[in-house]
Design a protein. Sequence first.
Length: 121
Amino acid sequence: MNEEMNNQIDFTVNKSELYREVVFTDLRAASIRKLVPILEDGTDDKTRDVIFVGATQLMTPEGTLPIQTRLKATSLKQALDEFPYAMRLALSEVVEEIKKMQQEHQQRQPKDDSRIIIPGR
């Protein structure tokens, strides 16, 4: 990486948006991240809400498809209960986005009007 490119990247840490991350998993399908807001000194920031994020991976013929979404939960129990529904919803959104991208790709492709050309006509 050249020096000019290195100077264009901002590596500044946003010290007012720090979180401690705790991960819970069932070692099968579920991965739930609990993001606990913290202050610069590492103590809990009681003025901000805890965030729960659900994640999983699905195997497809093209490879691994990561699915991740924020969970509407304020406790681990709520996050565990919300996880299956949230993953189904996130998967359906990903599938719709893939279909949309496929349609856009097909529309950009030149139409191949297959015609038989008979010489001399």
